[in-house]
Design a binder for this molecule. Structure first.
Ligand SMILES: [Zn+2]
Length: 333
């Protein structure tokens, strides 16, 4: 396949996006057009060779670019609409997005109002789930009040654990993930992105989570990989982000192919497109370009993104069938 054939193939594949932070997704062109003085140039982190020194440096970018922009429920809603319209053009049929509890708390906007505005802004032709992402340190004020609000909010479909990783997990997290599960919420957690293999084991054992965000450093311990595979865990991996945040030493050493081969179901996702300058296509393409994934292997990652979706079986099967058809069509002589 030539480069342009590969791009056409990736674009044609039906896909699902499982790992997308609204706090890292405002549309740069909209920001620049609205406030060119404040946002004159795209973030330097768009450069392919850019590497963040550490996670704090990444958070500094979120504070510099996203926080001053996401000042209202409307801005969150508009962000969700724009990024998912972009994903729809990339043939994404199902998407899970999150918004950060800390950002909402700090900007003083209402969680329920924000969740409702985001839900209302989701494209009608896409199946969507809205998560709220919580830091290990949780809320700075009225912690219990916020947790009740989240459980009571019908517009919030699930909870995610993110921000700087801290293991062992704090007691409130274990309790809240159990409460959320009982309340019918979906649960996921970031783990083993930057702090070694332990996080994945803890997320599975202590939170009952099988939907891991990143999980790439689990590959450093074959016993944790086996544990995750035996638990039927899926890892929602973001290759471009993993390289720029140095979750992996280099793309050449990215473990996604090995994890998949070891029985961990992996999906390919984009994480924070405002900061990394990526579309979902870029994340699929780098797996083919650098790791040598074949079209059939990319198709398998696309299928995984549907088989791990919180969606009805009929739509999942239809998407997988369409993926097979795209694969045949693009690999026929
Ligand atoms: Zn993430």
């Amino acid at each position: 396949m030539t480069d342009s054939q590969l791009i056409a193939f990736i674009d044609a594949l039906p896909k699902a996006e499982h790992h997308l932070h609204l706090d890292g997704s405002p549309n740069w062109h909209t920001m620049h057009a609205t406030d060119p003085d404040r946002f004159p140039e795209p973030p330097p982190s768009w450069d392919a060779d850019f590497r963040f020194v550490n996670f704090e440096a990444f958070e500094g970018y979120i504070r510099a670019y996203a926080v001053p922009w996401l000042t209202s429920a409307e801005r969150f809603a508009h962000t969700a609409h724009e990024v998912l319209e972009t994903r729809a053009k990339e043939n994404v049929r199902y998407a899970e997005v999150s918004f950060a509890a800390l950002a909402v708390e700090r900007s003083g906007i209402d969680i329920q109002e924000t969740a409702k505005a985001i839900q209302d802004a989701f494209p009608a032709n896409m199946e969507t789930r809205l998560y709220i992402g919580m830091h290990h340190k949780a809320f700075e004020t009225d912690h219990d009040g916020y947790l009740h609000q989240i459980l009571d909010c019908d517009e919030i479909n699930g909870i995610d654990l993110h921000g700087p990783e801290e293991f062992p997990l704090r007691p409130w997290i274990k309790q809240f993930w159990a409460d959320a599960k009982n309340a019918g919420k979906l649960i996921k957690a970031h783990a083993s992105e930057l702090t070694g293999p332990t996080g994945v084991r803890e997320a599975i054992e202590d939170l009952g989570v099988t939907k891991i965000q990143h999980g790439v450093q689990a590959a450093l311990d074959p016993a944790v990989v086996k544990f995750a595979a035996d638990a039927n865990a899926s890892f929602d991996v973001c290759p471009v982000s993993n390289v720029k945040l140095k979750a992996v030493p280099s793309m050449e050493e990215h473990p996604i192919m090995k994890l998949e081969a070891a029985g961990v179901t992996c999906t390919i996702n984009s994480d924070d497109p405002l900061i990394f300058g990526n579309d979902l296509r870029d994340d699929y393409k780098i797996v083919a370009d650098v790791l040598g994934a074949t079209p059939a292997q990319l198709a398998q990652f696309a299928k995984n993104s549907f088989t791990t979706a919180d969606w009805d079986q009929e739509n999942i099967e239809a998407a997988c069938k369409d993926i097979e058809a795209v694969l045949s069509e693009h690999t026929a002589d």
